[in-house]
Structure formats: C-alpha cells, structure tokens
Design a protein around this ligand. Structure first.
Ligand SMILES: Nc1ncnc2c1ncn2[C@@H]1O[C@H](COP(=O)(O)OP(=O)(O)OP(=O)(O)O)[C@@H](O)[C@H]1O
Ligand SMILES: [Mg+2]
Length: 293
C-alpha cells in the first residue's frame, strides 16, 4: 500500500515535466586542479550567454564557491533538507549574474533522507526548475560519496585535468569508478592550466589512450583553460576572472567553454528533468526507489 508521501512524490513528478534543465557536475579527482574556478567562471560565462544559472556548491571544503565569490551564506542545502528553510531562502544572488546554493554536509545527509525529505527536495528543485536553464554542481576532491552521487545524477560530467601525473591518475580513478559502479559512460574532459595553446588537446589524447585500453567510456574534449595570472589575481580578489579581466586569456577560454557547453544536448524525456536529478542524487540501492516508482 503506497504511503501518502509516495503518492505525493509521484504527483510532484508529473507536475514538473515541462522544463528541461541542463545539469552539469564539475569533478576532477585531484584537489586543487581548478574545479571551483571552472564552476564559478563557467557559471558566469553561461549567465552572460543569457542562461539562468544556479551553482550548487557540493563541496564542504574551505575554498568553496561562496569564498571565491565573496559571498557570506547564512543557510545551506542542509537547512532545506531539514525543512528549516525553503530553497528560495537558501539561494544567494551572486553579483556575477547567477545564484548559488551553498554547500551542505552533502551526500551523507542525502543518502539518509526519508520519504518526506525526499519529497521536500524534489519539490524545492521543481519550483526552481521553472526559472532555471543550467544547474552547475561544483564537487569536492577525491572519490567520496558526494562526488560520485552528484556526478551520477548530472547529465554531463566535466572532468578537470591538468598536466601533472597526480591529476591524471586521480581523474582516471574517478572515471573508472563512475563508469564501473555508477553508470556514467560519457565525460567532458577539460584541460586546465595549459601553458601553450594546443597542449590541452595533447593532454586529452594521452588520457584517452589509457581509458580506451581499460575502460568502456566515451570522452569528449571540452577544451582548454590557459594558466593565467589574471585568473589567479581574480581569485585572490574573490571575483570571477570574467568580470575583472574580461579580455584575459582565461576569460576568453571560459566564454568559449560556455558556448560549447550550451550546445551539449539535454537528454529528452525524464532524463532532462530536474527531479530526475534529485532522484539520481538520492538513489541508493534499489528498494525505496522501486517503491517510489
Ligand atoms: N587556469 C588557471 N590559471 C591560474 N590559476 C589557476 C587556474 N585554475 C586554477 N587556478 C588556481 O588554482 C588554485 C586552485 O583552484 P580551485 O580552488 O579552483 O581548485 P579545486 O579543484 O576546486 O580545489 P579543491 O579540490 O580544493 O576544491 C586557485 O588558487 C586558482 O587560482
Ligand atoms: Mg574546489
């Protein structure tokens, strides 16, 4: 016998089928490769491109998105999960033209959610979906549970790599676990901190050669972001490079990346739907979601 909450979940899902939202997770495996830098600047570049963007900060670390943007959040996604605040109360308007959902204590909470909280989250994102084109998720370093959950839930996973052995091995480990255990088979590889034009493509090819031998995945080259002192300066000033130095090499590269990301196809049908994201986010082995369906 379905509980009232489960009925509500089913109805909520039907209500929200209208609007496809592009959901992009930014991951990388290794710490410090530029995931937050990419998330923040891609968010701004997409906003400039005319898209309504929300950046969900999925990293609890210290150098997270609100710090990069000079924001002081009062609430986080955890308050939404606990029912203390609505998603609208938690959202912060960044001066760069998009909104931010500050970090919550992540996946541990998501995995423990009961049906009522699950419903709350689906509803919260449903309301958001009507005024949203792109949901970007900045993830933490490493292979922890939240990184895997956010990545499996997104439609597109950007893997940020740079030309360092540790970055490549960590990115490989992440791609491997996502493909083998979480059903993610396609990745957008972004080369960061390149020192010469064209070296990003070489790095991509090197990475692809290894994955092609051992993993069953499709990799796309998303482009390269040059190592740029202007970007570094912008980060120190808690600004996006796109607003401080719009003509800098990094800013131009982010514009290019945004234009490209904007053409990545949003899967038709339920996969392009925001509550699909929430469902995959909270998915844990079978039983409960079978009941939801
Ligand atoms: N293209 C670039 N040019 C110059 N500096 C860069 C570039 N990309 C990143 N950085 C610098 O590298 C540092 C780390 O970047 P960032 O915090 O974005 O990495 P991260 O992957 O999010 O790290 P963490 O794993 O700790 O979350 C920042 O100080 C940033 O200024
Ligand atoms: Mg970060």
């Amino acid at each position: 016998m379905p509980t009232p909450e489960l009925n509500l979940i089913a109805n909520t899902r039907l209500d929200g089928l209208a609007q496809p939202v592009r959901v992009i997770a930014v991951a990388g495996g290794k710490g410090g490769v530029g995931k937050t830098t990419v998330s923040v600047n891609l968010a701004m570049a997409l906003a400039r491109h005319g898209r309504r963007v929300v950046l969900l900060d999925g990293d609890l670390g210290l150098a997270n998105a609100d710090v990069f943007l000079g924001l002081s959040p009062r609430y986080t996604l955890a308050h939404v999960l606990s029912g203390e605040r609505t998603l609208d109360e938690v959202l912060i308007e960044a001066p760069q033209g998009f909104q931010v959902i500050p970090a919550a204590s992540g996946a541990a909470d998501l995995a423990q959610m009961g049906a009522a909280q699950h419903l709350g989250l689906v509803r919260a994102f449903n309301t958001l979906a009507a005024r949203l084109d792109v949901l970007l998720v900045d993830t933490a370093a490493g292979l922890n549970h939240s990184v895997l959950q956010f990545s499996q839930a997104a439609q597109h996973v950007i893997i940020v790599i740079c030309d360092e052995p540790a970055s490549l091995t960590d990115a490989y480990a992440l791609v491997k676990v996502l493909s083998r255990n979480h059903g993610v088979s396609r990745f957008q590889l972004l080369a960061n901190r390149t020192r010469m034009a064209g070296t990003g493509a070489e790095l991509f090819e090197r990475f692809e050669r290894v994955t092609a031998r051992f993993l069953d995945v499709v990799l796309d080259f998303a482009g390269e972001i040059p190592d740029d002192e202007y970007l570094h300066r912008a980060v120190r000033g808690q600004r996006a490079v796109l607003e401080e130095y719009p003509q800098s090499p990094a800013a131009l590269a982010f514009k290019k990346l945004a234009a490209r990301a904007d053409t990545w196809p949003v899967p038709p049908g339920p996969r392009g739907n925001i509550e699909f994201f929430v469902e995959r986010l909270v998915r844990r082995p079978a039983a409960r979601l079978e009941a939801v369906r």
